[in-house]
Design a protein around this ligand. Structure first.
Ligand code: SF4
Length: 342
């Protein structure tokens, strides 16, 4: 299968150009077209010679997500329904940090992205699992959700959008980029039309992120890289329904991502009723993995807890929930339940 260019690291792209006997600085030019100008075709990369474009075209795909529907407004949240190249549908949700509700303009935007088409985990309160799992998203399909939202929003600017300033971004030379030239910074290449909009990511859309571990991590390295999405690792929260072995693996990754656990029940009895994953990784195992993560990263974990009347909101849950939160030094995020038909 042909790899998509948005799943390739800068290092690999430089090596690729060298193997074609092309100058390595072509890689920086391609990355700028992808992540600063957000182009959707090889022909738009106008400072690349035709031979370089043809080599790219023959060896990589360059897919853009197709917007099927957008719901919501810029002042609150916007939900994007995307069509993938195999016609599957996924969603991303853009959330301004300070909704106009509080009378302030928002200069921070959080994007919630999907990692799978459907989900195999079948949590009883969740619409994503209703039709089962279809496939994992590739790294580029995860990356492109961020790029596509920014592409759309900068093409249709809103007076309240105040994209993140990159004036303090380090230069390529400071980052040790061997191809850097004086004054050659990503920020210096940004104009109002190409400024970044998304500065927080939550990996909480459709799918269980840690069940698509390798593609997710590749996508997040690209979204975190200064030549890519430029989103700080500490501004990226990965949510899991409780895949204990992958939580340990993530704890050993050098990047400092934040972890959120979809807990939704503080005893095995309650959790078993609504989250089948708990039968595989019961709370004792999940808590031990979360302990490990907390000790390795020294970052506060968030426990997500959707309150479902009569199911998990009894006082019998409060003591074990508080004990677990104390043990992990975790924050508990209580979420009102949104009714899901079916
Ligand atoms: S793991 Fe996440 S996406 Fe999958 S069914 Fe559970 S809550 Fe929904």
């Amino acid at each position: 299968m042909v790899r998509d260019i948005k799943s390739v690291s800068a290092e690999d792209l430089r090596a690729q150009f060298q193997s074609w006997n092309q100058p390595a600085y072509r890689a920086a030019q391609v990355l700028e077209w992808l992540y600063v100008h957000r182009v959707t075709s090889w022909d738009a990369m106008t400072n690349l010679p035709k031979v370089a474009r043809e080599l790219l075209r023959a060896n990589f795909s360059l897919h853009a997500l197709e917007l099927v529907k957008k719901q919501g407004s810029r002042d609150t949240t916007e939900k994007f329904l995307w069509r993938l190249s195999d016609q599957s549908l996924i969603e991303s949700v853009l959330i301004p940090a300070n909704p106009a509700l509080y009378g302030e303009a928002s200069d921070r935007h959080t994007l919630c992205v999907s990692t799978q088409v459907g989900c195999a985990y079948g949590c009883k309160f969740c619409a994503s699992g209703l039709e089962g799992w279809k496939r994992n998203l590739s790294a580029d399909e995860i990356v492109e959700q961020v790029v596509a939202v920014e592409r759309r929003q900068t093409e249709n600017p809103h007076p309240q959008d105040s994209p993140q300033s990159l004036s303090s971004a380090s230069t390529n030379a400071e980052r040790g980029d061997p191809d850097a030239r004086p004054g050659d910074t990503i920020s210096s290449k940004r104009t109002p039309a190409t400024e970044r909009l998304v500065n927080n990511l939550v990996i909480m859309g459709m799918g269980e992120p840690l069940a698509n571990y390798d593609n997710l991590l590749q996508a997040l390295r690209i979204l975190n890289a200064p030549w890519g999405g430029g989103i700080g690792a500490r501004k990226i929260t990965i949510s899991t329904s409780g895949l204990a072995p992958q939580i340990r693996k993530l704890a050993d990754d050098p990047l400092q991502f934040r972890l959120a656990i979809s807990l939704h029940g503080a005893t095995d009895e309650t959790r078993n009723k609504i989250m089948p994953v708990n039968r595989k990784y019961p709370l004792s195992e999940l808590a031990a993995a979360a302990d490990y993560y907390q000790k390795r990263k020294e970052r506060m974990i968030t426990l997500e807890y959707i309150l479902i009347s009569g199911v998990n909101d009894g006082v019998d849950q409060t003591k074990p929930l508080a004990d677990l939160a104390h043990r992990l030094r975790a924050k508990v995020n209580l979420i009102p339940y949104n009714r899901v038909e079916g």
